[in-house]
Design a protein around this ligand. Structure first.
Ligand SMILES: *Cc1c(COP(=O)(O)O)cnc(C)c1O
Length: 405
Protein backbone atom coordinates (compact mmCIF):
# COMPACT_ATOMS: atom_id res chain seq x y z
CA UNK A 1 0.00 0.00 0.00
CA UNK A 2 1.02 3.56 -0.68
CA UNK A 3 -0.23 6.59 1.12
CA UNK A 4 -3.46 7.68 -0.53
CA UNK A 5 -3.84 11.45 -0.79
CA UNK A 6 -6.98 11.35 -2.95
CA UNK A 7 -9.82 13.19 -1.22
CA UNK A 8 -12.60 13.17 -3.84
CA UNK A 9 -13.49 13.68 -7.48
CA UNK A 10 -14.76 16.98 -8.80
CA UNK A 11 -16.86 17.95 -11.83
CA UNK A 12 -14.64 19.98 -14.17
CA UNK A 13 -17.55 22.28 -14.99
CA UNK A 14 -19.65 22.70 -11.83
CA UNK A 15 -17.10 21.80 -9.14
CA UNK A 16 -19.53 19.36 -7.54
CA UNK A 17 -17.81 16.71 -5.40
CA UNK A 18 -18.12 12.95 -5.92
CA UNK A 19 -16.91 10.16 -3.63
CA UNK A 20 -13.66 8.44 -4.57
CA UNK A 21 -14.61 4.94 -3.45
CA UNK A 22 -16.92 4.00 -6.31
CA UNK A 23 -16.48 3.88 -10.11
CA UNK A 24 -17.56 6.91 -12.12
CA UNK A 25 -18.00 7.95 -15.71
CA UNK A 26 -19.10 11.55 -16.44
CA UNK A 27 -20.50 13.92 -13.82
CA UNK A 28 -24.24 14.58 -13.60
CA UNK A 29 -23.58 17.66 -15.76
CA UNK A 30 -22.16 15.33 -18.43
CA UNK A 31 -18.61 16.67 -17.97
CA UNK A 32 -15.27 15.01 -17.14
CA UNK A 33 -14.45 14.36 -13.48
CA UNK A 34 -11.08 15.37 -12.05
CA UNK A 35 -9.30 13.61 -9.19
CA UNK A 36 -8.43 15.87 -6.24
CA UNK A 37 -5.71 15.27 -3.66
CA UNK A 38 -4.90 16.69 -0.25
CA UNK A 39 -1.84 18.50 -1.58
CA UNK A 40 -1.46 20.68 1.51
CA UNK A 41 -0.99 17.51 3.54
CA UNK A 42 1.28 15.90 0.95
CA UNK A 43 3.43 19.02 0.73
CA UNK A 44 5.20 18.51 4.00
CA UNK A 45 5.63 14.78 3.50
CA UNK A 46 6.48 13.84 -0.06
CA UNK A 47 9.81 14.67 -1.64
CA UNK A 48 10.24 15.30 -5.36
CA UNK A 49 13.87 14.16 -5.31
CA UNK A 50 13.14 10.84 -3.63
CA UNK A 51 10.16 10.11 -5.88
CA UNK A 52 11.87 11.03 -9.12
CA UNK A 53 14.88 8.87 -8.23
CA UNK A 54 12.69 5.73 -8.25
CA UNK A 55 12.46 3.38 -11.24
CA UNK A 56 9.27 2.15 -12.84
CA UNK A 57 8.50 4.96 -15.29
CA UNK A 58 5.17 6.66 -14.68
CA UNK A 59 4.33 4.33 -11.79
CA UNK A 60 6.97 6.10 -9.69
CA UNK A 61 4.58 9.02 -8.99
CA UNK A 62 2.37 6.87 -6.77
CA UNK A 63 1.69 9.56 -4.15
CA UNK A 64 0.15 11.72 -6.90
CA UNK A 65 -1.83 8.89 -8.47
CA UNK A 66 -5.12 7.30 -7.39
CA UNK A 67 -3.88 3.69 -7.26
CA UNK A 68 -3.13 2.94 -3.60
CA UNK A 69 -3.11 -0.85 -3.59
CA UNK A 70 -0.12 -2.69 -5.14
CA UNK A 71 -2.38 -5.51 -6.31
CA UNK A 72 -3.91 -3.16 -8.90
CA UNK A 73 -0.56 -2.07 -10.34
CA UNK A 74 0.30 -3.73 -13.63
CA UNK A 75 3.83 -3.39 -15.01
CA UNK A 76 4.83 -4.02 -18.62
CA UNK A 77 8.19 -2.27 -18.60
CA UNK A 78 7.22 1.39 -18.19
CA UNK A 79 10.10 3.84 -18.58
CA UNK A 80 10.77 7.57 -18.45
CA UNK A 81 10.57 8.44 -22.14
CA UNK A 82 13.62 10.21 -23.58
CA UNK A 83 13.82 13.88 -24.58
CA UNK A 84 15.65 13.83 -27.89
CA UNK A 85 17.29 16.81 -29.60
CA UNK A 86 16.45 17.26 -33.28
CA UNK A 87 19.03 19.89 -34.29
CA UNK A 88 18.91 19.49 -38.08
CA UNK A 89 15.13 19.60 -38.27
CA UNK A 90 14.93 22.46 -35.81
CA UNK A 91 17.38 24.50 -37.87
CA UNK A 92 15.54 23.77 -41.11
CA UNK A 93 12.32 24.90 -39.38
CA UNK A 94 13.90 28.26 -38.59
CA UNK A 95 14.19 27.60 -34.83
CA UNK A 96 17.25 29.00 -33.08
CA UNK A 97 16.45 27.69 -29.58
CA UNK A 98 16.62 24.16 -28.28
CA UNK A 99 13.97 21.85 -29.71
CA UNK A 100 13.44 18.42 -28.24
CA UNK A 101 11.06 15.59 -28.95
CA UNK A 102 9.61 13.68 -26.03
CA UNK A 103 9.39 10.26 -27.60
CA UNK A 104 6.43 8.49 -26.10
CA UNK A 105 6.54 5.76 -28.72
CA UNK A 106 8.89 3.81 -26.46
CA UNK A 107 6.27 3.01 -23.85
CA UNK A 108 4.59 -0.42 -23.63
CA UNK A 109 2.29 -0.97 -26.66
CA UNK A 110 4.13 1.78 -28.52
CA UNK A 111 2.30 4.89 -27.41
CA UNK A 112 1.59 7.21 -24.50
CA UNK A 113 -1.88 5.70 -24.28
CA UNK A 114 -0.11 3.25 -21.95
CA UNK A 115 0.06 6.02 -19.31
CA UNK A 116 -3.67 6.68 -19.24
CA UNK A 117 -4.85 3.14 -19.70
CA UNK A 118 -2.52 1.61 -17.13
CA UNK A 119 -4.16 3.90 -14.57
CA UNK A 120 -7.73 3.48 -15.82
CA UNK A 121 -7.44 -0.31 -16.00
CA UNK A 122 -5.82 -0.42 -12.54
CA UNK A 123 -8.69 1.57 -11.04
CA UNK A 124 -11.30 -0.58 -12.82
CA UNK A 125 -9.53 -3.61 -11.33
CA UNK A 126 -9.61 -1.94 -7.93
CA UNK A 127 -13.40 -1.60 -8.21
CA UNK A 128 -13.81 -5.25 -9.23
CA UNK A 129 -14.88 -4.48 -12.81
CA UNK A 130 -14.37 -7.47 -15.09
CA UNK A 131 -15.28 -6.19 -18.57
CA UNK A 132 -14.03 -3.03 -20.29
CA UNK A 133 -14.97 -1.33 -23.56
CA UNK A 134 -13.87 1.67 -25.59
CA UNK A 135 -13.85 3.31 -28.99
CA UNK A 136 -10.32 3.68 -30.36
CA UNK A 137 -8.29 4.97 -33.28
CA UNK A 138 -5.82 2.20 -32.42
CA UNK A 139 -3.35 3.14 -29.73
CA UNK A 140 -5.77 3.43 -26.82
CA UNK A 141 -7.28 0.04 -27.57
CA UNK A 142 -3.83 -1.49 -27.82
CA UNK A 143 -2.90 -0.17 -24.38
CA UNK A 144 -6.22 -1.15 -22.81
CA UNK A 145 -6.10 -4.70 -24.16
CA UNK A 146 -2.55 -5.27 -22.91
CA UNK A 147 -3.14 -4.03 -19.36
CA UNK A 148 -6.61 -5.60 -19.13
CA UNK A 149 -5.44 -9.05 -20.25
CA UNK A 150 -2.53 -8.89 -17.85
CA UNK A 151 -4.91 -8.18 -14.95
CA UNK A 152 -7.34 -10.90 -16.08
CA UNK A 153 -10.03 -8.57 -17.38
CA UNK A 154 -12.01 -8.74 -20.63
CA UNK A 155 -11.81 -5.95 -23.21
CA UNK A 156 -13.97 -4.91 -26.17
CA UNK A 157 -12.74 -2.37 -28.71
CA UNK A 158 -14.56 -0.59 -31.52
CA UNK A 159 -12.32 0.98 -34.15
CA UNK A 160 -13.01 2.90 -37.39
CA UNK A 161 -12.47 0.44 -40.25
CA UNK A 162 -9.48 2.41 -41.57
CA UNK A 163 -7.55 2.18 -38.28
CA UNK A 164 -3.92 1.11 -38.93
CA UNK A 165 -3.87 -2.66 -39.47
CA UNK A 166 -1.00 -3.07 -36.98
CA UNK A 167 -3.17 -1.73 -34.18
CA UNK A 168 -6.19 -3.84 -35.13
CA UNK A 169 -4.12 -7.02 -35.04
CA UNK A 170 -2.14 -6.00 -31.99
CA UNK A 171 -5.34 -5.50 -29.98
CA UNK A 172 -6.74 -8.89 -30.97
CA UNK A 173 -3.45 -10.63 -30.26
CA UNK A 174 -3.44 -9.01 -26.81
CA UNK A 175 -6.80 -10.59 -26.07
CA UNK A 176 -9.35 -7.91 -26.99
CA UNK A 177 -12.61 -8.54 -28.84
CA UNK A 178 -12.02 -6.23 -31.80
CA UNK A 179 -14.68 -4.75 -34.07
CA UNK A 180 -14.03 -2.70 -37.22
CA UNK A 181 -16.78 -0.11 -37.55
CA UNK A 182 -17.84 1.82 -40.66
CA UNK A 183 -17.61 5.25 -39.03
CA UNK A 184 -15.49 7.63 -36.97
CA UNK A 185 -14.36 7.35 -33.38
CA UNK A 186 -17.45 9.09 -31.97
CA UNK A 187 -19.66 6.62 -33.86
CA UNK A 188 -17.65 3.86 -32.16
CA UNK A 189 -18.20 5.66 -28.85
CA UNK A 190 -21.96 5.62 -29.47
CA UNK A 191 -21.80 1.82 -29.87
CA UNK A 192 -20.03 1.48 -26.52
CA UNK A 193 -22.74 3.58 -24.89
CA UNK A 194 -25.53 1.65 -26.65
CA UNK A 195 -24.18 -1.75 -25.55
CA UNK A 196 -23.61 -0.79 -21.93
CA UNK A 197 -26.73 -2.35 -20.40
CA UNK A 198 -26.79 -5.53 -22.49
CA UNK A 199 -23.04 -6.15 -22.28
CA UNK A 200 -22.41 -4.89 -18.76
CA UNK A 201 -19.09 -3.32 -19.62
CA UNK A 202 -17.40 -0.30 -18.12
CA UNK A 203 -16.74 2.55 -20.58
CA UNK A 204 -13.07 3.59 -20.64
CA UNK A 205 -13.52 6.28 -23.35
CA UNK A 206 -11.11 9.15 -22.97
CA UNK A 207 -12.30 11.70 -20.38
CA UNK A 208 -15.46 9.65 -19.77
CA UNK A 209 -13.80 8.13 -16.74
CA UNK A 210 -11.53 10.10 -14.38
CA UNK A 211 -8.30 8.11 -14.33
CA UNK A 212 -6.85 8.30 -17.83
CA UNK A 213 -6.12 11.99 -17.17
CA UNK A 214 -4.19 10.99 -14.05
CA UNK A 215 -2.02 8.65 -16.11
CA UNK A 216 -1.37 11.24 -18.79
CA UNK A 217 -0.63 13.80 -16.09
CA UNK A 218 2.60 11.93 -15.49
CA UNK A 219 3.96 13.42 -18.75
CA UNK A 220 3.98 16.78 -16.99
CA UNK A 221 5.61 15.41 -13.83
CA UNK A 222 8.22 13.52 -15.83
CA UNK A 223 9.00 16.49 -18.07
CA UNK A 224 9.51 18.81 -15.08
CA UNK A 225 11.80 16.25 -13.47
CA UNK A 226 13.81 15.79 -16.70
CA UNK A 227 14.23 19.56 -17.10
CA UNK A 228 15.44 20.01 -13.51
CA UNK A 229 12.04 21.33 -12.25
CA UNK A 230 12.09 24.05 -14.86
CA UNK A 231 9.50 24.62 -17.57
CA UNK A 232 10.21 24.94 -21.31
CA UNK A 233 8.84 27.97 -23.18
CA UNK A 234 6.37 25.98 -25.25
CA UNK A 235 4.79 22.54 -25.46
CA UNK A 236 3.38 21.44 -28.82
CA UNK A 237 0.82 18.73 -28.23
CA UNK A 238 -1.02 16.72 -30.93
CA UNK A 239 -4.58 17.14 -29.76
CA UNK A 240 -7.36 14.64 -30.26
CA UNK A 241 -9.41 14.26 -27.10
CA UNK A 242 -6.83 16.49 -25.41
CA UNK A 243 -6.36 14.22 -22.40
CA UNK A 244 -2.60 14.68 -22.35
CA UNK A 245 -2.74 18.45 -22.60
CA UNK A 246 -5.38 18.66 -19.87
CA UNK A 247 -3.42 16.17 -17.77
CA UNK A 248 -0.13 18.05 -18.03
CA UNK A 249 -1.86 21.32 -17.20
CA UNK A 250 -3.29 19.65 -14.08
CA UNK A 251 0.15 18.29 -13.18
CA UNK A 252 1.71 21.76 -13.37
CA UNK A 253 -0.93 23.10 -11.02
CA UNK A 254 -0.43 20.26 -8.55
CA UNK A 255 3.36 20.66 -8.64
CA UNK A 256 3.05 24.37 -7.91
CA UNK A 257 0.83 23.62 -4.91
CA UNK A 258 3.45 21.18 -3.70
CA UNK A 259 6.15 23.83 -4.09
CA UNK A 260 7.94 21.72 -6.71
CA UNK A 261 7.77 24.38 -9.44
CA UNK A 262 6.99 28.09 -9.55
CA UNK A 263 4.28 30.08 -11.31
CA UNK A 264 5.84 30.04 -14.77
CA UNK A 265 4.12 27.86 -17.33
CA UNK A 266 4.97 26.79 -20.86
CA UNK A 267 2.69 28.03 -23.61
CA UNK A 268 0.37 25.08 -24.23
CA UNK A 269 -0.14 24.69 -27.97
CA UNK A 270 -2.88 22.39 -29.22
CA UNK A 271 -1.93 21.02 -32.64
CA UNK A 272 -4.52 19.57 -35.03
CA UNK A 273 -4.63 18.56 -38.70
CA UNK A 274 -6.42 20.87 -41.15
CA UNK A 275 -8.66 17.94 -42.10
CA UNK A 276 -9.96 17.64 -38.51
CA UNK A 277 -9.53 20.80 -36.47
CA UNK A 278 -12.58 21.37 -34.25
CA UNK A 279 -10.54 22.86 -31.40
CA UNK A 280 -8.67 25.25 -33.69
CA UNK A 281 -11.93 26.39 -35.25
CA UNK A 282 -13.43 27.10 -31.82
CA UNK A 283 -10.21 28.83 -30.72
CA UNK A 284 -10.23 31.08 -33.80
CA UNK A 285 -13.84 32.03 -33.11
CA UNK A 286 -13.06 32.74 -29.46
CA UNK A 287 -15.41 29.99 -28.30
CA UNK A 288 -14.95 27.62 -25.37
CA UNK A 289 -16.89 24.70 -26.85
CA UNK A 290 -16.12 23.09 -30.19
CA UNK A 291 -18.71 21.88 -32.65
CA UNK A 292 -18.36 18.49 -34.28
CA UNK A 293 -16.06 18.47 -37.33
CA UNK A 294 -17.76 16.82 -40.29
CA UNK A 295 -15.95 14.62 -42.83
CA UNK A 296 -12.73 14.39 -40.82
CA UNK A 297 -9.70 13.31 -42.83
CA UNK A 298 -6.07 12.99 -41.75
CA UNK A 299 -3.43 10.29 -41.74
CA UNK A 300 -2.70 11.32 -38.15
CA UNK A 301 -5.31 8.91 -36.76
CA UNK A 302 -4.66 9.73 -33.10
CA UNK A 303 -5.86 13.30 -33.66
CA UNK A 304 -8.76 12.40 -35.95
CA UNK A 305 -11.27 13.21 -33.23
CA UNK A 306 -14.24 15.20 -34.61
CA UNK A 307 -15.72 15.97 -31.19
CA UNK A 308 -13.94 16.24 -27.84
CA UNK A 309 -15.84 16.21 -24.57
CA UNK A 310 -13.01 18.10 -22.84
CA UNK A 311 -12.95 20.89 -25.46
CA UNK A 312 -13.37 23.66 -22.86
CA UNK A 313 -10.55 22.27 -20.70
CA UNK A 314 -8.17 22.24 -23.69
CA UNK A 315 -9.12 25.77 -24.69
CA UNK A 316 -8.86 27.05 -21.09
CA UNK A 317 -5.32 25.63 -20.77
CA UNK A 318 -4.24 27.19 -24.08
CA UNK A 319 -5.66 30.54 -22.98
CA UNK A 320 -4.34 30.57 -19.42
CA UNK A 321 -0.87 29.60 -20.60
CA UNK A 322 -0.86 32.25 -23.37
CA UNK A 323 -0.61 29.46 -25.90
CA UNK A 324 -2.94 28.80 -28.82
CA UNK A 325 -4.46 26.16 -31.11
CA UNK A 326 -3.07 25.68 -34.60
CA UNK A 327 -3.84 23.45 -37.59
CA UNK A 328 -1.35 22.09 -40.12
CA UNK A 329 -1.77 20.59 -43.61
CA UNK A 330 -1.28 16.92 -44.48
CA UNK A 331 1.55 17.88 -46.82
CA UNK A 332 3.40 19.72 -44.06
CA UNK A 333 2.90 16.77 -41.68
CA UNK A 334 4.39 14.33 -44.18
CA UNK A 335 7.25 16.70 -45.04
CA UNK A 336 8.11 17.11 -41.34
CA UNK A 337 8.02 13.35 -40.83
CA UNK A 338 10.35 12.71 -43.75
CA UNK A 339 12.77 15.46 -42.75
CA UNK A 340 13.07 14.42 -39.11
CA UNK A 341 13.65 10.78 -40.05
CA UNK A 342 16.13 11.58 -42.80
CA UNK A 343 18.14 14.32 -41.15
CA UNK A 344 17.88 13.57 -37.45
CA UNK A 345 17.35 9.82 -37.61
CA UNK A 346 14.19 10.01 -35.55
CA UNK A 347 11.06 8.36 -36.93
CA UNK A 348 7.95 10.22 -35.79
CA UNK A 349 4.34 9.15 -36.00
CA UNK A 350 2.19 11.50 -38.13
CA UNK A 351 0.75 13.10 -34.97
CA UNK A 352 4.27 13.81 -33.72
CA UNK A 353 5.25 15.16 -37.13
CA UNK A 354 2.25 17.50 -36.91
CA UNK A 355 3.80 19.17 -33.85
CA UNK A 356 7.00 19.79 -35.79
CA UNK A 357 5.06 21.25 -38.72
CA UNK A 358 3.09 23.38 -36.24
CA UNK A 359 6.26 24.73 -34.63
CA UNK A 360 7.58 25.82 -38.01
CA UNK A 361 4.27 27.42 -38.95
CA UNK A 362 3.93 29.19 -35.60
CA UNK A 363 7.44 30.62 -35.90
CA UNK A 364 6.83 31.77 -39.47
CA UNK A 365 3.57 33.41 -38.41
CA UNK A 366 5.23 35.15 -35.46
CA UNK A 367 3.06 33.31 -32.93
CA UNK A 368 6.14 32.16 -31.08
CA UNK A 369 9.74 33.39 -30.82
CA UNK A 370 12.33 31.60 -32.93
CA UNK A 371 14.59 31.16 -29.90
CA UNK A 372 11.87 29.56 -27.75
CA UNK A 373 12.78 26.34 -25.97
CA UNK A 374 10.26 23.90 -27.39
CA UNK A 375 9.16 20.42 -26.44
CA UNK A 376 7.30 18.46 -29.13
CA UNK A 377 5.29 15.38 -28.19
CA UNK A 378 5.71 12.31 -30.37
CA UNK A 379 2.96 10.29 -28.78
CA UNK A 380 3.31 7.01 -30.62
CA UNK A 381 5.79 4.84 -32.45
CA UNK A 382 6.27 5.80 -36.10
CA UNK A 383 6.48 2.09 -36.86
CA UNK A 384 2.73 1.64 -36.44
CA UNK A 385 1.81 3.78 -39.44
CA UNK A 386 2.08 3.39 -43.20
CA UNK A 387 5.39 4.65 -44.57
CA UNK A 388 6.27 5.65 -48.11
CA UNK A 389 8.27 2.99 -49.96
CA UNK A 390 11.70 4.39 -50.72
CA UNK A 391 13.24 1.12 -51.88
CA UNK A 392 14.29 -0.23 -55.28
CA UNK A 393 14.29 -3.83 -56.55
CA UNK A 394 17.63 -5.51 -57.13
CA UNK A 395 18.04 -8.71 -59.16
CA UNK A 396 20.98 -10.60 -57.68
CA UNK A 397 21.29 -12.73 -60.84
CA UNK A 398 21.71 -9.77 -63.20
CA UNK A 399 24.79 -7.58 -63.49
CA UNK A 400 24.65 -4.88 -60.80
CA UNK A 401 25.03 -1.30 -62.02
CA UNK A 402 27.06 0.07 -59.08
CA UNK A 403 27.26 3.50 -60.67
CA UNK A 404 23.47 3.85 -60.37
CA UNK A 405 23.26 3.05 -56.63
C1 LIG B 1 -4.33 9.41 -28.79
C2 LIG B 1 -3.23 10.01 -29.55
C3 LIG B 1 -3.06 11.40 -29.64
C4 LIG B 1 -4.05 12.37 -29.02
O1 LIG B 1 -4.02 12.31 -27.64
P1 LIG B 1 -5.12 13.02 -26.73
O2 LIG B 1 -4.47 13.19 -25.42
O3 LIG B 1 -6.30 12.14 -26.71
O4 LIG B 1 -5.43 14.33 -27.38
C5 LIG B 1 -1.96 11.88 -30.31
N1 LIG B 1 -1.07 11.06 -30.89
C6 LIG B 1 -1.18 9.73 -30.82
C7 LIG B 1 -0.14 8.88 -31.47
C8 LIG B 1 -2.26 9.14 -30.14
O5 LIG B 1 -2.36 7.82 -30.07
Amino acid sequence: MHHDYVTHLECSETGKHYPKDEPHNLSEAGKPLLVRYDLAKAKGVIDRGAISARGGGFWKWRELLPVADDKDVCRLGEIDTPLIDVPATAKASGATGRVRVKDEGRLPTGSFKARGLALAVAMAHHFGIKRLAMPTNGNAGAAMSAYASRLGMESYVFAPDDTPEVNIREMALQGAHVFRVNGFIHHCGALVAAGKDKMGWFDLSTLKEPYRIEGKKTMGLELAHQLGWRMPDAIFYPTGGGTGLIGMWKAFDEMERLGWIGKRRPKMIAVQAEGCAPIVRAWDKGERHAEEWLDATTAAMGIRVPKAIGDFLIIDACKESEGFAIAVSEASIEAARVRCAREDGLLLCPEGAATLAAMEKAMNDGLIERDAECVLFNCGSGLKYAMPDGSRVLDRNAEVDWGAM
